[in-house]
Design a binder for this molecule. Structure first.
Ligand code: SF4
Length: 284
């Protein structure tokens, strides 16, 4: 007897649809919308940390392309178009004093002490009248306050004697004031006079070296490299963007790579997110 059982029709197998692989441009567009980069797995992070330790020793990181640098600053600018320094001040003189007081101290610590001080002395003449002993008392919560009080009185005297009581718009004259070095002069030139200077503090030094943006053994070396690579239109605010980035995101102990707007561009092997997007050099 012929077998009348109907033949079993094989079911059509439907494979789950795989997400299309994103191109570099798509990943970049996603990053521009502020989506967090994907965190690395534990193994990848441990391997990255090892690589980073070795790289930190050798100081060899892949070069940023011109387009990548421009993209990083475009993002900093988009996130914070008019960044401001965090040291409270009311005029160029109080800015100069605040920066001198902030050496090896935090801005927050300086800002606690300066309102009372600047209410009494916001010009070199008033500072001299206040006197070193009273000044010392007002700033005693700030580290190295004895030396700093001496310097503030010294620079106030010099401003009156040589610059008519005004803060000079001149690097050499600024650096000749007691307690004022290149970094302080750079901050004053940038904030008080709108010069496109980059003051390399501990945060910028770390960010430059860690990310590979400006690798150098000294703050001056990092400053020179940044001045050479930061596009001109971003140079005025570069100092603030990089300080804020180092202070709040690319922090020393455990950088918050998952919140970082330049995570895909950063060259640090120890970063907690996946590999950088390769962006072509637009200038090539
Ligand atoms: S990815 Fe991480 S290490 Fe790189 S710049 Fe951002 S926070 Fe710093």
């Amino acid at each position: 007897m012929p077998n009348k059982m109907p033949k079993e029709v094989p079911k059509k197998i439907r494979l789950p649809k795989l997400p299309a692989r994103k191109t570099a441009q798509q990943r970049l567009a996603a990053a521009r919308k502020g989506r967090a980069a994907r965190l690395k797995g534990v193994k990848a992070r441990v391997a990255g940390d090892r690589q980073a330790a070795q790289r930190d020793k050798d100081r060899e990181l892949p070069q940023w392309t011109t387009a990548e640098i421009a993209e990083a600053f475009r993002r900093f600018a988009a996130a914070n178009p008019t960044p401001r320094g965090e040291l409270a001040h009311i005029n160029p003189f109080t800015l100069l004093v605040a920066v001198v007081l902030s050496a090896q101290a935090t801005d927050a610590g300086v800002n606690k002490a300066t309102p009372a001080l600047f209410r009494l002395a916001d010009t070199p003449e008033k500072m001299i009248k206040l006197g070193e002993v009273r000044l010392r008392d007002l700033i005693k919560t700030i580290g190295l306050y004895r030396t700093k009080a001496k310097n503030v009185i010294g620079l106030s005297n010099k401003l009156i004697e040589e610059h008519g009581g005004k803060v000079p718009h001149d690097r050499e004259a600024l650096e000749a004031l007691p307690g004022v070095g290149r970094k302080t002069a750079n901050v004053v030139l940038n904030i008080a006079f709108g010069e496109p200077t980059i003051a390399v503090d501990t945060h910028i030094f770390r960010v430059g070296n860690r990310t590979g943006l400006a690798v150098g053994k000294t703050p001056l070396e990092v400053e020179m490299k940044l001045m050479a690579v930061v596009p001109e239109q971003y140079r005025l605010h570069a100092h603030h963007w990089l300080i804020l980035h180092g202070r709040y995101v690319c922090v020393a102990r455990r950088p918050l790579c998952e919140k970082c707007v330049i995570a895909d561009l950063c060259k640090w092997p120890g970063k907690a997110v996946n590999s950088p997007v390769q962006i072509g050099n637009a200038n090539k």
